[in-house]
Design a protein around this ligand. Structure first.
Ligand code: PLP
Length: 432
């Protein structure tokens, strides 16, 4: 059991042993992780807060005016009634059209109509309820989003195995995945493929995608049941010549026996609408009965959990999809702003003078980048940066930190990295 859960249970046994006795197995296992959210909370009052998974200007969140204004345009009937568990039908169609437009290689008949979820985490949880049993294996890159552990390991007792997506020099590599899959001998695996990646901001290029997809295909051909979850939270935030269709498309086009591609995407990051809680779950299957059965099962899971998603948010996303003219320009403006920040970040972090402080991991997309820091503990560095430099970063593990350039104004980026270098120097000097 996680030490944080143990601690909560011990406290509860002392404060209220009766309630402690009432907890279910999951009630005993669940805890609130000391992950990104608590590190973000500690960085709340910093001047340069590069911890959060949102996009901000120095004085406000980055959003689209059309979406901000949308509630003035909605009728009461688009706000107050229940939405159906599967989401508004017209919204589902609009999202499907968006998928087809952005993924020219995808054929409409090859995948199910997207079902609305209460954003991506809810989709991950639905997939867990539907496909994960205790003892199953979840295969993740070493660099992954921390919440996968809570969703799959804590709630469903799956075993997590990891593989590296970066070599010693910080360059992206497909070797880790390929080798892991070549040596994989169990009859079932759940994969999460998350590109643009949180926490490193990397998206593979066409050739790399080809290698990854072939490795997954050959595992399925060998008879392993492969549930391939494509977490497309940061879809569309591409700044270089990468594979800009979803990995879901590449996997779905295989129509491979034993392989179930599942796409999770949504308005959260794509539409700069984190709090609206609108996401989608889509299955890469082409058979009508399978599509209907999977939809009925997902509806059952939604009905038995949140009953249905929020009508105002779904109507808002529907509205902007129906009125794309200005909205698309606003979103592009935000993406351009992030791209400009990405370019400054890239020009700064590879500077020779920082070599003794960190080694960057390849990045080309999304909100974040990560570096391996030299001779300092990320957690000490994080605390030092808050205390002495008013800078918030995320300590990822024993060697790496994550910096959200999505939350730092372009002109401040050189200063922020300079101060991170200075803070590392302070700590390096202290330990000498
Ligand atoms: C990789 C990844 N997947 C999923 C999510 C969750 O998205 P949502 O807020 O839509 O639940 C996040 C949010 O930070 C994320 O980084």
């Amino acid at each position: 059991m996680n030490p944080l859960a143990l601690d909560l249970n011990e406290k509860l046994s002392k404060s209220n042993p009766n309630v402690a006795d009432m907890l279910s197995d999951l009630g005993k296992l669940i805890y609130y992780p000391k992950g990104i959210l608590s590190q973000s909370a500690e960085a709340k009052s910093t001047k340069y807060n590069a911890t959060i998974g949102m996009a901000t200007y120095s004085d406000r969140k980055m959003y689209a005016d059309t979406l901000n204004d949308v509630f003035h345009h909605l009728e009461p009937d688009e706000i107050f009634p229940y939405a159906p568990p599967q989401g508004l039908e017209s919204l589902r169609d609009l999202w499907q059209q968006k998928m087809l437009k952005e993924n020219p290689d995808l054929k409409k008949e090859d995948f199910s109509r997207p079902i609305a979820t209460n954003a991506l985490t809810h989709g991950l949880s639905i997939v867990g309820d539907m496909f994960a049993d205790s003892g199953d294996t979840l295969l993740l890159p070493t660099h992954n989003w921390g919440n996968y552990k809570l969703v799959y390991s804590t709630r469903h007792s799956v075993d997590i195995e990891t593989y590296n997506i970066f070599d010693e020099s910080g360059n992206f590599t497909t070797d880790g995945l390929v080798k892991h899959l070549e040596n994989y001998e169990k009859d079932k695996v759940i994969l999460i493929l998350n590109y643009p990646n949180n926490p490193t901001g990397y998206t593979p290029n066409k050739e790399e995608v080809k290698v990854m997809v072939e490795a997954i295909q050959s595992l399925a051909e060998r008879g392993t049941n492969v549930i391939a979850i494509v977490d497309d939270a940061y879809y569309g935030l591409f700044y270089e010549d990468v594979y800009t269709q979803s990995l879901f498309t590449a996997l779905t086009n295989l129509q491979q026996e034993n392989l179930l591609p599942i796409r999770l995407d949504g308005a959260t990051k794509e539409f700069f609408a984190w709090g609206l809680r609108v996401g989608f779950i889509t299955f890469g299957v082409n058979d009508e009965t399978t599509k209907q059965v999977l939809e009925a099962k997902v509806k059952g899971l939604i009905r038995s959990n949140i009953s249905s998603g929020p009508m105002p948010s779904q109507s808002a996303v529907k509205y902007v999809l129906e009125h794309p003219e200005t909205f698309e320009k606003e979103i592009q403006h935000n993406i351009d702003t992030l791209q400009a920040r990405y370019e400054v970040t890239k020009s700064v972090v590879y500077d020779e003078k920082y070599k003794k402080f960190w080694q960057p991991y390849d990045f080309n997309s999304g909100y974040f980048m990560a570096v391996k820091v030299q001779d300092v503990k990320p957690e000490e560095l994080r605390e030092h940066l808050i205390e002495h430099y008013s800078i918030g970063i995320i300590a990822l593990n024993a060697t790496d930190i994550r910096i959200a350039f999505s939350c730092i104004e372009k002109d401040d980026i050189p200063y922020v990295f300079d101060m991170i270098a200075k803070a590392i120097e302070d700590l390096q000097a202290k330990s000498e």
